[in-house]
Ligand binder design. Structure first.
Ligand code: NAD
Length: 514
């Protein structure tokens, strides 16, 4: 077995790589507007109602349409998943892992095509799309290996005349609900972790990015996944989501998305329904309000670059995006001025030709929500860069920097999920860490410092699931920086980490006496 290593990122400054993705975008442009079915028990089901996926950079352009599940179809999918579970759970874990290895290879061969879909459907710049595809491959490679490691079970002691074993067995049928911001990586990662562990699933992708999910479902079929293991049921969150979360046969829910929907799922999943004989397990990875802290000893150029990249990469639409910069008083003006300079150099527009650092935000409602914070920004601070938006052709918002914001202000507390970063001043490093900790979230954070004692203070006191030193706060890599947050950021499942697969399993002790 080749040891796990993360998928390298593509260098698009190389002519042949740029040409390869351009060719893939051309190919995808030729496939736009197609219809994609639901997949239930291996059967392709076409419904009259459709979810239409649009290009956020070009509102009129339809990427494709997927059939839309309702409660009746969700119930059918549940029955198919229950039936498939009876056989899939007994399939050798090594064979289940092989399906993931094969799927990873299929995607690797068609890497730029998948990235092209992410450019078109999610408005990602090439490098962000490439990272999303690479992460999807990583999840498959990493979780497959993890399953192989878990296959023999874990060591327990046995006394003379006794043989004890400790094995992991799957849970049952899981509902996998994914967000639109990593429409490939998170969707595929959460799905394959559940599957390789021996569960069967109902996959409900986000309604703004269902096409890349439909393409992934095709890959899993091609890789040899048996019918009924992965059922594809895009549909309205409230209707299909609630129905399945409440369902007595649902054994677990793997959700990634916003705080409010996560709380709703957690609450509903805790209720015992007629015919239900277990406590449902909930994996919920939710929002963030992530902070970069800079002290007076830091490399200030690196600090400014890190803030800009973490705040505005993929238009700030990452749960890990930096939306708060807390800077120690004596270097506040220097860092802020440099961030403003760098921000003013960024361009925003359609990323299809890779001419812009930033693309659009995902849809009309995101555009409305994010731009509503411009007024808040004027009340709570000073807009020193950006502050304008244009939705005439796509949902474009300028990268925006807001200075002199109070640590308790809305801009410093609420997840905006767009390209807005708020700056606040701290009198010293300890106060900076207190401010960094003053939200209800706890997902990522970064500290820029050359002071070893400050670094250690942050390691102990900055309460986030993913803390980075002397770099930005985005860009966790599967198997290298397992990802998940504290507090209202969710259950800290640590996707891409050594304990993730077990969350989809239960341990069984057997003891034989000779
Ligand atoms: P969202 O909560 O609006 O939607 C997520 C998914 O939940 C979608 O598939 C949606 O259709 C579904 N859904 C909606 N209502 C539902 C219901 N009642 N029952 C079941 N499912 C329902 O989130 P989003 O806008 O797609 O994604 C952005 C959010 O996700 C941000 O808050 C971001 O921070 C968070 N996020 C977190 C992580 C992480 O790992 N912590 C990663 C990516 C995104």
């Amino acid at each position: 077995m080749i040891p796990y290593k993360h998928e390298p990122f593509t260098d698009f400054t190389q002519k042949e790589n740029a040409e390869a993705i351009q060719a893939a975008i051309e190919k995808v442009n030729g496939e736009l507007g197609k219809d994609y079915p639901l997949v239930i028990g291996g059967e392709k089901v076409t419904t009259e109602g459709k979810i239409t996926s649009y290009n956020p950079a070009n509102k009129e352009e339809v990427i494709g349409r997927v059939s839309k599940a309702n409660q009746e179809l969700a119930e059918r999918a549940m029955q198919e998943a229950l039936t498939a579970f009876d056989s899939w759970r007994h399939v050798d874990p090594a064979v289940r892992a092989d399906v993931l290895f094969k799927a990873a290879n299929i995607v690797r061969k068609r890497k730029h095509e998948f990235s092209a879909y992410l450019v078109k459907e999610a408005g990602k710049p090439w490098n962000e799309a490439d990272a999303d595809t690479a992460e999807a491959i990583d999840f498959m490679e990493y979780y497959a290996r993890q399953m192989l490691e878990l296959k023999p079970g874990k060591k327990v002691e046995s006394r003379p005349g006794e043989y004890n074993r400790y094995d992991y067995i799957p849970l049952g049928v899981g509902i996998v609900i994914s967000p639109w911001n990593f429409p490939f990586a998170i969707m595929a990662g959460t799905a394959v972790a559940a599957i390789v562990a021996g569960n069967t699933i109902l996959l409900k992708p986000a309604s703004t990015t269902p096409i890349v999910a439909a393409k992934f479902v095709e890959v899993m079929e091609e890789a040899g996944l048996p019918k009924g293991v992965l059922n594809f049921i895009p549909g309205p969150g409230a209707e299909v989501g609630d129905y399945l979360v409440d369902h007595p046969k649902t054994r677990f829910i793997s959700f990634t998305g916003s705080r409010d929907v996560g709380l709703r799922i957690n609450e509903r999943a805790s209720k015992l329904n007629e015919g239900q004989i277990w406590l449902k397990r909930v994996i919920a990875e939710m929002g963030g309000k992530d902070t970069i802290v800079v002290d007076e000893s830091a490399d200030l150029e690196l600090a400014a670059q890190s803030i800009v990249k973490s705040a505005f990469g993929f238009s700030g639409q990452k749960c890990s995006a930096c939306s708060r910069a807390v800077i120690v008083d004596s270097v506040y003006d220097t860092v802020l001025d440099r961030v403003v300079e760098l921000t003013n150099e960024l361009s925003v527009g359609n990323t299809e030709k890779n001419e812009h650092f930033m693309g659009p935000v995902i849809d009309a409602s995101a555009f409305k929500k994010i731009t509503s914070y411009f007024d808040v920004a004027k009340e709570e601070g000073r807009i020193v860069a950006g502050g304008k938006a244009d939705d005439s052709t796509g949902y474009f918002i300028e990268p925006t920097v807001v200075a002199d914001v109070d640590p308790k202000a809305r801009l410093m507390q609420e997840e905006i999920f767009g390209p807005i970063v708020a700056f606040t001043k701290a009198k010293d490093f300890k106060e900076a860490i207190d401010i960094a900790n003053n939200t209800e979230y706890g997902l990522t954070g970064a500290v820029l410092t050359r002071d070893r004692m400050n670094q250690e203070y942050a390691r102990q006191n900055f309460h986030v699931g993913n803390l980075y030193f002397n770099r930005g706060c985005t860009g966790a890599i599967v198997g290298y920086q397992p990802f998940g947050g504290f507090n209202m950021s969710g259950t800290d499942s640590k996707a891409g980490g050594p304990d993730y697969i077990q969350l989809h399993m239960q341990a069984k002790t057997t003891s034989e006496t000779f």
